[in-house]
Every structure is written in structure tokens, then in C-alpha cells.
Design a binder for this molecule. Structure first.
Ligand code: UD1
Length: 366
């Protein structure tokens, strides 16, 4: 029997887990690759990590680096230090990184400097806003990767403009949407809306965790005030990210955010969160991935940012870029309530088979 090719898959933070799950499944099914799963420990709580492993039926990581939280430099450096010796010991043919979190760049840089090839899944996305830590992580990771797996056509254009060799770029589709489709039966069985006490198509979902929106008490208060004013007659369910929690509690103590209007819940697991989104009237978010999931589910999304690195969700999908302009948000909500929201078109290659394409290419090239 020929020996399998050893490939390390890195996960670290919440938005990585649903991207790694279909890749691991496709590698096992392909039988030529032996995946080794390494969790950096960037996210470590049950709500941010453990529940995702359960919901997505991810195997227990082969290694947990336990790096935890810290400043960007501290977190990135800790991941690199912890990972370097493990990669030397494991000596894989390739390291796969996904998305744009600190674990992504830290692992890519560590592998590349050891002479190990790097594959970046979800490559080529650009917000052109370098104040976002994720934008820096994306650019740097792409420029040291050997295989760049792209989710949407804008990615190909961005990478070519930056001078990346076309031979390294592969347009495969979206592994995050693979996970969504694979898990739809379980998502449909979730009882979360009853548990929260809202009814189908009668509520909005809000998520906020970008440092620029939540790290200062004043910015968080401002954005929540805008949302309470713009969203009238609709309850807003707000699963609060740990990053947002501290300032949110401080605001509740001295300002009057009406708790009957904004229903605060703990961060939800993967299946419950997508069930909540699927039955909602619309979503308000500053996240990246949720712009894609709402597009795939056909749910209107109002993105509370000035830019998106995922333009296809606006061109073909249900996404509106509203910034934090109350007038814009109100006008979009009005349209949604009149049933005039953007219609959803099938996004090329978001068909649940992106991970299979990635693995096929790797099996051939490695
Ligand atoms: C990270 C990613 C962001 C992604 C987000 C999803 C980077 C630069 N940012 O941001 O792109 O959208 O994850 O959640 O990688 N904390 C806990 N429990 C945990 C993890 C974190 O309480 O399990 C708290 C800690 O106080 C920590 C804070 O959340 O300081 C922020 O965590 P961190 O990993 O630094 O970044 P995120 O804001 O989660």
C-alpha cells in the first residue's frame, strides 16, 4: 500500500471550524491524504469552540496548542512558537489554513519558513480596509501560499492584480457553504426560536464583534442606539460575542437600551445560530461569513460596515452594505418589509462541493 500524504489542517477561531469540517471529510473520503488537525486555542470557550466541534461532528483535534487570548502580536507569536516544533516533528507535506484570523497568518508563516507548502482556503478576499486586522492577515497569507483556493470571482481578480501567479489560483467555491448545506437537516430540527421565545419571520438577528464597533463603550452604545431607532416593530435577537459582552453590560447599566426590543442571548452553536438566521426576517451584522450564509439561505442581510470583502453577496446575493447610517438602514428595512428585498441568485460554485474540489486538486498536485 502506498503511504498517505500527511497534511496538517489548522483551526483556531470560531469561523474556522465550519470551513475545516468539509475539508477533513473530503480528505478522508479521498483516501490519499492523512489529515492531522491542529487547534491553536485562539478560541477556547465551549460556546466559541467546543459546541462547534459537537455540532459539526469534527474529530477531536490531534493537537491543541492552548494559546488563548492576547494582543495581536502576543497571540500570533504564541501560535508560531507553539506550532513550529510540532510541524518539525510531524513533517507534513502541506499545511492548510482557512479564513483570515490570527491563527491563519501565524500558521502560514510558521510553515512557510520551515519550507512546508501552504494552502489558503478562502483566498483572495479584499475589503481594501487595512484598519481591519483580517485584511492584513488575508494579504500576508495569500502572498506566502502555494495553493490559493478562491470562493468568488473577485478573489481571482484581486490576486492577479497583486501579481500572484495564475497557476497557483484555483476557483473552487465556498467550503463554508458546503457545511451549511451538509447541516441543513440538523439546522431544520433546531428548536432555538421557541427556546428564545420569538416566532418565525417576526424577528431580526443582530451580531456585532468587530473591534471598531465594540471595543469602545461609546461606539457600541452608538451602534445599538442606531439599531433600536431603525428597527421598529421587530424584535432583535442579539447573541453576544465575548468581545462585546463587557462593554454591553456597562451600557445596559447606564443607558436605556430597551431589553424588550433587543433580546440578548449567549453566543449560539452552529446549528442553532443558522436556524435562528434561517427563520428570521433579516439579519444585521458586522461579520464576514454571515454575509455569505445569509446569501446562501436567501435571507436579507444588512451589513453594518462601509466595505465588504465579499462583493458577490451584494451582486448576486441578499446583502446590503449600510455602514451605520440610520437612514440607509431604515430604508433597507422598509423595502424588506414590503417584500422588495434583493432576490437571491445562485452563486457560482457555492454548490456544497467546494471541499471536494480542493481535495481533488491537492491529491493531483502533491
Ligand atoms: C476573531 C477574529 C475575527 C473573527 C472572530 C470570530 C482575528 C484577528 N480576529 O476575533 O476575524 O471574526 O474571531 O469570533 O483573529 N474570548 C473569550 N472566549 C474565547 C475566545 C475569546 O472569552 O473562546 C474573548 C477574550 O476576552 C478575547 C476576546 O474574546 O480577548 C477576543 O478574542 P480574539 O481571539 O482576540 O478575537 P475575536 O474578536 O474573537
Amino acid at each position: 500500500m502506498t503511504q498517505k500524504i500527511k497534511v496538517v489542517v489548522i483551526v483556531g477561531a470560531r469561523p474556522n471550524f465550519m470551513k475545516a469540517a468539509p475539508l477533513l471529510r473530503a480528505m478522508r473520503a479521498g483516501k490519499k491524504i492523512e489529515p492531522v488537525l491542529i487547534h491553536t486555542g485562539q478560541h477556547y470557550d465551549q460556546t466559541m469552540s467546543g459546541s462547534f466541534f459537537e455540532d459539526l461532528k469534527l474529530p477531536k483535534p490531534d493537537l491543541f496548542l492552548n494559546v488563548g487570548s492576547g494582543t495581536h502580536a502576543a497571540q500570533t507569536a504564541k501560535i508560531m512558537l507553539a506550532l513550529e516544533s510540532e510541524l518539525i516533528r510531524l513533517n507534513p507535506r502541506l499545511v492548510i489554513v482557512v479564513g483570515d484570523v490570527n491563527s491563519t497568518i501565524a500558521a502560514a508563516l510558521t510553515a512557510k519558513k520551515l519550507g512546508i507548502q501552504v494552502a489558503h482556503v478562502e483566498s483572495g478576499l479584499r475589503s481594501f480596509d487595512e484598519t481591519m486586522p483580517e485584511e492584513i492577515n488575508r494579504i500576508l497569507t495569500d502572498h506566502i501560499s502555494d495553493y490559493l483556493f478562491v470562493t468568488e470571482s473577485s478573489g481571482i481578480k484581486n490576486l492577479r492584480r497583486e501579481g500572484i501567479d495564475s497557476g497557483k489560483i484555483f476557483f473552487v467555491g465556498n467550503v463554508m457553504i458546503d457545511s451549511l448545506y451538509q447541516n441543513l437537516p440538523q439546522i431544520n430540527r433546531s428548536e432555538i426560536i421557541g427556546k428564545i421565545g420569538v416566532t418565525k419571520k417576526n424577528y431580526a438577528v443582530l451580531t456585532l464583534h468587530r473591534p471598531v464597533n465594540v471595543d469602545a463603550k461609546e461606539s457600541l452604545a452608538k451602534i445599538l442606539k442606531i439599531i433600536t431607532e431603525a428597527v421598529v416593530d421587530t424584535e432583535v435577537v442579539f447573541p453576544v460575542h465575548p468581545r462585546t459582552r463587557k462593554n454591553f453590560e456597562a451600557i445596559l447599566a447606564d443607558e436605556s437600551i430597551d431589553p424588550r426590543r433587543i433580546k440578548v442571548v449567549e453566543p449560539l452553536g452552529y446549528l442553532d445560530f443558522n436556524a435562528l438566521v434561517k427563520d428570521s426576517l433579516f439579519v444585521l451584522t458586522d461579520s464576514g461569513g454571515i454575509q455569505e450564509e445569509t446569501t446562501a439561505l436567501g435571507i436579507p442581510c444588512i451589513t453594518l460596515r462601509e466595505t465588504t470583502e465579499r462583493p458577490i453577496t451584494v451582486i448576486l446575493g441578499t446583502n446590503h452594505i449600510a455602514g451605520t447610517d440610520p437612514k440607509k438602514i431604515t430604508a433597507i428595512i422598509k423595502k424588506i418589509k414590503q417584500g422588495k428585498n434583493k432576490k437571491n441568485h445562485q452563486v457560482p460554485k457555492w454548490d456544497g462541493r467546494a471541499a471536494e474540489r480542493v481535495v481533488k486538486i491537492l491529491q493531483k498536485k502533491l
